[in-house]
Write a protein that binds this ligand. Sequence first.
Ligand code: GDP
Length: 542
Amino acid sequence: VLDVDTATLIAEEFSFTVENRGFDLTDYVPDQESTDEDLEPRPPVVTIMGHVDHGKTSLLDYIRKTKVAAGEAGGITQHIGAYMVEGNNGRVTFLDTPGHEAFTAMRARGADVTDIVILVVAADDGVMPQTTEAISHAREAGVPIIVAINKIDKPNARLDMVLNQLAERGLTPEEWGGDTIVCKVSAHTGAGIDQLIEMLALQSDVLELKANYRRPARGVVIESQLDKGRGPVATVLINDGVLKVGDYVVSGTAFGRVRALNDFAGRRIQSAGPAEPVEVLGLSGVANASEPLYVVEDEKKARTIVNHRQMKEREKQLVRPVRASLQDLFQQIQAGETEQLKIILKADVQGSVEALTAALKEIHHADVELKIIHEGVGGITDSDINLASASNAIVIGFNVRTEASAKAIADQEGVNIKIYNVIYDVLDDVKKGMEGLLEPTIEEKDLGRAEIREVFSTPKAGNIAGCMVLSGSVRRGGLARLYRDNVRIWEGKIGSLRRFKNDAREVQEGYECGIGLDGYNDIKVGDIIETFERIEVAQRIN
Ligand code: GDP
């Protein structure tokens, strides 16, 4: 498949013109610009982050119970991913999934819904590793932070210590002459929580958060499930516009006509506006979290979009996304595509983190700025990979390993992980990457395993191994090794491959075949043949 630009260039060489009749989403979902007059203030959307046990859940629970249940008939009967509270200065929407992992996982999938981060720090415990992590994640996303020092009811609360630690991390409190809003709260007694909500509402004025209340809605799915009685139910946070019962909507490959809308407290409503979380009923399938949802004119348009997406999805399974790598960095610099090399650094001990950070900061380049967006002690986690994916960063590990689930996400997202155990090598690779001097490395990929069950002597082809393919497949012409009692005794090529009397190109797991090893005859029953291929990779060592 050629992209439009390439096709146009080639066609021009032969004096033809190309007319792009491709799919363009804006043909179906008009991206109407909102003028200043259309825009009105909207509530802020808030995510709570912080170290484990510092009180994120307690704070969300307290606010939900006291600020929602008191005012709304019946209160929230079931959990729906987000809720709104009414303060004296306006409404505030809270995302009910705390933590920077959820926040960055959504960003990695393209959903930036949070306007303000509340960083919870326990007054008795102070700034801890996940506090620092949350700061990095919020900063990288460019989302302002309001600090809530929690557990001030505890006798061992140490406010000055916490303020000090915050200042050290660039979050200088207003009371110390800085510009970070710090609220002192207790999720147990409720102290300071009204003030926190006021601060959030006020901050939304400062940030000039606005939306158009007259256009068709756009939103983001924050949760989605198949409900036995009600069918697919998606919780959607409206970004802009108003969603109404009867609207045709599309989200990913799910579509449909809105049959009913419920607000966060479970009440039937006819429409939902900007920053409102709403349950949408009537979709054809379960939508994916983080996927945008928008209103389209009619069912035909909805179907066209979905058909196109299903086709694209099939195509996409064949290619994986390409993200930043040291190998490609130089090309990107030359093409003027990148001015920054973003790095996430994880190391075994704080000393290595500091040594590496200091040394990396010494590397300068005329055209590219090196930026460490997050550093920390410990293995490489899902949240590191999500941050890398959201920010197009590479991940450097020093004497640490990558968690299995993180490795899987990295593979899927095309995130580059490099593991080192010598500081010099890290610096050398980064420098070489900047200068375009990294050599590609060769990686081996296992293809299959076969066991020799019988040996046939043929006059022309020598000894042929009658095999059973135990896993994967065996290909004619492919590379192979022969093992006897787990010891490698030969390496070369698969010379011939037959199934029954016929030549075969490839034989799959579970089938018998005859294998002739190229120029090698000393085979025995019980030997194992392993096949593999060598691929040149742009320096990705996982
Ligand atoms: P999370 O891991 O950040 O969600 O923290 P939790 O909300 O689960 O709280 C951890 C522990 O701290 C629980 O035992 C809470 O009861 C307790 N806790 C939370 N907030 C406060 C508070 O304001 N004061 C006191 N004394 N304890 C609190």
